[in-house]
Design a protein around this ligand. Sequence first.
Ligand code: PEP
Ligand code: MG
Length: 912
Amino acid sequence: MTAPTASRTGFVVAFADGDGTMVDSLGGKGAGLAQMTRLGLPVPAGFTVTTEACRAYLAAGREPPLLAGELATALALLEERCGRRLGDPARPLLVSVRSGARFSMPGMMETILNVGLNDAVVAALAVSRGARFAWDSYRRLVQMYGRTVLGIEGDLFEARLRAERAAAGVSTDQELSAGRLEVVTRDFRVLCREQTGEDLPQDPHEQLHRSVLAVFESWTGDRARRYRVHEHISEDLGTAVNIVQMVFGNGGPRSGSGVCFTRNPATGEPVPYGDYLVDAQGEDVVNGSRQTMDLTTLAAREPALHAELCDHLRTLERHYRDLCDVEFTIEDGRLWILQTRVGKRSAAAAFRIACDLVDEGVIDLDEALLRVDGHQLAALLHPGFADSAGHPPAAHGLAASPGAATGRAVFDAPTAMAWAARGEQVVLLRPETSADDVGGLLAATAVITARGGLTSHAAVVARGFGKTCVTGVEGLDIDSAARTAVLPGGHLLAEGDALSVDGTTGDIFLGSRQVVASAGALAIRAWTTSAPSASAPYLAEADPVVRAMGRLLAHADLRRTCTVRANAETFHDARAGRELGAEGIGLARTEHMLLGDRRVLVEQVVTGDEREAGLRSIEALARTEFEQILGAMDGLPTVVRLLDPPLHEFLPDLVELEVRAAVDRAAGTVDDAVERRLALVRRWHEQNPMLGLRGVRLLAVVPELVTAQVRALAQAAVALRERGLDPRPEVMVPLVADVGELEAALASVRAEVAAVVGDSGTELDVPLGVMIELPRAALTAARLAEHVDFFSFGTNDLTQTTWGMSRDDAETSFLAAYRGAGTLASDPFSTLDDEGVGRLVRLAVTEGRLTRPDLGLGVCGEHAGDPASIHLLLASGVDYLSCSPPRVPVARLEAGRYAVLGQSAATAPETR
Ligand code: PEP
Ligand code: MG
């Protein structure tokens, strides 16, 4: 037979023919293998079946006609290259069949190792490499093939292995003898036949072929789907499949497997970090079933190989210009690199690595800014524990993902999800995690695993999701079945017991500890409030992560073209917002000044019961509050929104009042005051208060509320002026649907400002705005703009009213179910619905500016602090964002990133 000559065909690409840019076709893993082959790294030979093949398979529900032929051609080339043949007992080729999608989906899809083994080959392998090795490899193949291709429950295999370990009186698979492994392998095959009527095919080509199709199928598995929904990865991408010559790390003391990073992925420290296991396969390292050693141990055992590995790590980092993670195997003293990709990292590491790479001359500050994001910044600004002293940890493990969290102990993912769904904070404890635990991991505030290193499944996934995580807790004995754990000191922990977890130090504490803002948040405040020259020494002293954070935030500030304000109505929040970098207040919700005991004032005014007294009180206290926030924001704009109380939040509960009156009546002690109040509350009661007497409508019904508030605001501003300050009040009108409503409200505002200013003899310019938070407001923006200086998009209500779903109830009533079913990828109340609400925003921006080119355009709904929404909003043309004070740094960072992305579309992060 003549050797095939073409190495590249439509659905299959040999490693030697690909490169790192071909991620769409080859998936991340395939592109990495191709690129490493190109860089001359020691990569086993192999080829990739492309994502196009997978998509064609999934679309048609059967394999594309050309695929089998192309696979055969590629396999023949591989055999020639390796000098081995699939199924040839004399010189057997064994391959792994590994999934590898465009975006990394760790553990979500399938891998089958040792494809090519059959009864004849295993016998020959037992002679050439030892019986134990041969049977261990064969049993792994039957197990993985059985689970992945034949669809048999993985636990059935595990139970059989457990039984064999118990019978042999050993605790690990490594201790099982060749004879026992042979028995287990045969039992596994019986299990396959019993469960499916099928055995492991003895034709290795059939094994390979069906394994490839099974990996395609794993793209549509529940686990993978759930992960994609959470990570916003498109359903349409499909996975590539990599067929790689097997190298074995489990061949004795000069063999082993490891996972490492070019830098520390938890802290960002610029030193290679990794886990290594002697005489083990890669799965053993990742699943945490054995305690790993770190790279320094490898350096001591195999100095030359360690040096070679470090050399390759440098090559990879130079090529990718970023932190890389690498899987490697040592087979009888020879190093093989099996995989690389740009590595996942903690939020802290992301900031530090980005800035270190700037200092090393690898990237510039713009690119560094694109290497971090608002979610990571938010995670860093996440809390730590209040009182650091006097709390001896009950256990200590590896600080796998930073942050601090408390919650009640649970021991499996379903419990974690169920408890979290009813509002509990839970800490998930597992011996180690697998892909099946991801739902629990997402539901928990923190995750603890007894085993596993910084590269274990739990660590990688938790870091990716920004969850606090501690792994490898020595001496922690978790009994998942009994729902208990014994801590290293002997303490018995039961389900429901409170725990506190510090993912930054690896400490675990009994009980609930108080959680507080991070050093990073405190540092940001310190920088913003000190003069630039004074901040420099502070920056120099700060730890590298905090320093990196400050540096990238400062760069974002330099780049961004929009301003960032805070939503605040108290002195404390206004000051906090300013300290975190807010350049004004974009929304002071005046009704928040009237909560608690003050609620009754709104009731008095609205129901007309003691209206005058209520108005006087509201005016007096509003004036004090306005003076405070205008003072805190001295020199910066402060947008005060006229009262917008959903009335039910301010009136007494009708049912309670009715019950009280009924009880009084029954007892013959009718209370006139209660009866009168009941009548008034009945008069104002609404079935659907969110669509009722709110915002501008209330102001139309009780116009004195406008006058009282505006008078208080104008007087506060005048008073501050007289004290030499520079107050910049602005007023906006909420819940406007029609230009007539707006005109009436604005007429009152203007008249009242003019009256106060006239009396005082001071000049006061008060810009006026309207909130765009009803679809009709957006649709009639051109007319509204004739009357105002600015629009402020209230995207909370705009989402509620565009979707026609309650912002208060939708999550628990059906949104969670929608997300679970994949009906909606995300919650439109947290990430802007670009297609619907976003379209209204764009319409209003365009039409508003057509009427008034210098119209100010802000956003004050929650979306202004959400990273993805910020990009959409800025792309719509808004020029300021206003969000809650803790999210101000996130908005600053994302606005900077948006500006940089606009200038360098070529380096834009990939959309999924
Ligand atoms: C909004 O609706 O987006 C808004 C900012 O107003 P509130 O949340 O107070 O209704
Ligand atoms: Mg609103």
